[in-house]
Ligand binder design. Structure first.
Ligand code: ATP
Ligand code: MG
Length: 580
């Protein structure tokens, strides 16, 4: 875990940064002196665990601040008392730090809670009322909905719209003091019930809700609406570029209206922050909605928020994705103003590119069958174990020394993949079949002689003889030509391991598009566990260590369940993109 006090990591700066419309806006604003330096923010609501979509927003907001020497605020948008919990606050802070970012800048902490501004927000509400820009509406929710109109019909004024500021102020104070029941009335902005933008038809600013808040307890029985609270939070924190997803585009006129009114009233200082919208991340075979992800957890479709099949940051982390891979992914997908779907393979490619020169190699046999070298005792001596080695990293990153080589033992019996032997070889098959020679990777060449089967005809042992003087790396080892080298693990030093193999969680590339029932496309075969044998270097891995299992792909030692004596690995992704 990185320290929160670190300056933000510079992540994937090795790849050139591609420009985008937000960078263009920022560069223009800095050049024109609209702002002296930039200030962005990442403002999650603490009502669930963060997902890959949030990772995009984190990399974007913290990344822009880093690249332009500005500051990114970590802010909890905790204005809704009902669904918010401390557990989520902790997990969000953890996720941001794990991704490689921090809220410490220029020796100062920039961690904020919107609920700390409740007093200011309330004063702002009174100011709007006093200046004739807001009123208390006592219509029922149904009446309000009916009088709002729609895209073709203008709305109708509420009968309560013409009350005087004094009457409204008295009412607002009664709301605050708990005189009225939940839902009995709301405070609304007084803008224009005929506006073509429905968001400007007197939007609600405050509602009565008796609920205990995780930060302010029972101090308030009225809570600000998100659309009222958010611009104020941005302005109080002197955010310069308030970056949000496209669905807030229609809210921008209200954002600007509210801040203009409060600047006019002397409650806030100009210049006001500006809102800019970008397209949210949609990833194929994935859902990115906290509410729907919460449903998968609560209904037991997955093992928890950190199930390795979940697109949550904790899930991706447990699956073996690295912060660097997620940053690289975010950089490559860029930001645009048009909604689109990103192919899941983009994420896996970023992971492979990150791990290719970092993840140590190792051999594991996932579907084991014994290979017996029948002449071993004769050639090598009874009970002899031959030490073998292979590099942990065949191509270490430039300028870095190679790590120590892996050590493992070859003996009379080794584990091989069941699919690496065929009694009758299909055309083009180059691995073990009677009469064919292959190399055991990093060990000797063996000459296949046959197999043994049980009563059901299932192969129990594959038989071969060792070809002397062919050990990898010894003089003359290549004198015997083979067409294949197969992976293996010694029976003497191989360790049994639990290996969890994953497939996509949904079978539909767009599981919840167009209001579809995402649970209808849950993949019943998204998880499979096998007992494998792994070489000693893998068995000794620290939790969370990433490996490339030769020929199979990238795996991670499970953060939670892996321990000495009980290795557990999760498959992160294959070596190549196998999804069709
Ligand atoms: P959800 O619908 O999953 O609850 P949200 O937008 O309501 O998501 P917030 O906690 O309000 O969740 O989000 C915090 C920030 O993350 C916001 O600025 C939001 O725009 C951004 N964000 C959320 N989902 C995505 C996504 N899929 N792609 C990009 N940014 C996202
Ligand atoms: Mg939200």
């Amino acid at each position: 875990m990185r320290d929160a006090n670190d300056t933000p990591a510079d992540g994937t700066s090795a790849e050139p940064k591609t420009s985008n419309f937000l960078r263009a806006i920022i560069e223009r604003d800095l050049a024109q002196g609209t702002c002296a330096s930039i200030r962005t923010r990442f403002p999650p609501e603490p009502n669930g665990y963060l997902h890959i979509g949030h990772a995009k927003s984190i990399c974007l907001n913290f990344g822009l601040a880093r690249d332009y020497g500005g500051v990114c605020h970590m802010r909890f948008d905790d204005t809704n008392p009902e669904k918010e919990e401390k557990e989520y606050v902790e997990s969000i802070l953890d996720a941001v730090q794990w991704l490689g970012f921090g809220w410490q800048a220029h020796g100062q902490s920039h961690l904020y809670y919107a609920s700390d501004y409740f007093d200011f927000m309330y004063r702002a509400a009174e100011t709007l009322v006093e200046r004739g820009h807001a009123y208390v509406d006592e219509q029922t929710p149904e009446e309000m909905r009916a009088s709002r109109g729609d895209f073709v019909t203008p709305g109708k004024d509420s009968p309560f719209r013409s009350r005087t500021p004094e009457q409204n102020l008295a009412r607002l104070r009664e709301m605050r003091d708990g005189v009225h029941a939940d839902g009995a009335m709301v405070l609304r902005a007084k803008i224009d019930m005929a506006s073509p933008n429905i968001n400007l038809r007197d939007p609600a600013l405050y509602r009565i809700r008796r609920a205990t808040h995780h930060n302010t307890g029972d101090r308030w029985c009225i809570y600000p609406m998100y659309t009222f609270a958010h611009p104020i939070e941005d302005a109080l924190e002197k955010i310069t570029h308030s970056i949000c997803t496209l669905e807030f585009e229609d809210q921008r006129p209200f954002y600007d209206w509210l801040l203009e009114r409060l600047i006019e009233a002397g409650m806030l200082q100009a210049p006001a922050p500006r809102q800019h919208e970008f397209a949210r991340l949609n990833l194929t075979y994935v859902i990115t909605s906290k509410r729907k992800l919460a449903q998968l957890v609560s209904e037991g479709h997955v093992g928890g928020w950190d199930d390795p099949r979940m697109p949550t940051i904790v899930g991706l982390r447990r699956r073996g994705y690295t912060p660097e891979a997620l940053q690289l992914f975010a950089e490559r997908i860029g930001v645009t103003k048009a909604d689109s779907w990103i192919d899941y393979s983009t994420l896996d490619t970023a992971l492979r590119d990150d791990l290719e020169h970092k993840a140590h190699r190792g051999m594991a046999v996932l579907d084991p069958v014994r290979l017996v070298l029948t002449n071993w005792d004769e050639v090598m001596g009874a009970g002899h174990l031959e030490p073998c080695t292979l590099p942990a990293l065949p191509h270490p990153p430039e300028g870095q020394p190679a790590p120590p080589a892996r050590q493992f033992l070859m003996g009379r019996e080794v584990w091989i993949e069941r699919e690496d032997f065929e009694e009758v070889a299909p055309k083009g098959y180059r691995r073990l079949f009677p009469g064919n020679k292959v190399r055991l990777k990093g060990g000797y060449v063996v000459d296949c002689t046959g197999c043994e089967k049980d009563a059901d005809g299932r192969i129990t042992r594959v038989l071969a003889s060792l070809v002397p003087d062919t050990k990898s790396g010894t003089p003359g080892a290549d004198s015997v030509k083979v067409k294949a080298a197969i992976t293996w693990v010694g029976v003497a030093d191989g360790v049994a391991a639990e290996v969890r193999l994953y497939d996509r969680l949904f079978t539909d590339p767009h599981p919840d598009a167009g209001g579809k029932d995402f649970k209808a496309s849950l993949n019943p075969h998204s998880q499979r566990t096998v007992t494998a044998y792994v070489e000693p270097s893998l068995a000794q891995a620290a939790p969370d260590a990433k490996f490339q299992f030769e020929r199979f792909g990238y795996f991670v030692a499970d953060r939670i369940d892996h321990r000495p004596g009980h290795p557990v690995f999760n498959k992160t992704t294959a070596l190549k993109d196998g999804w069709k």
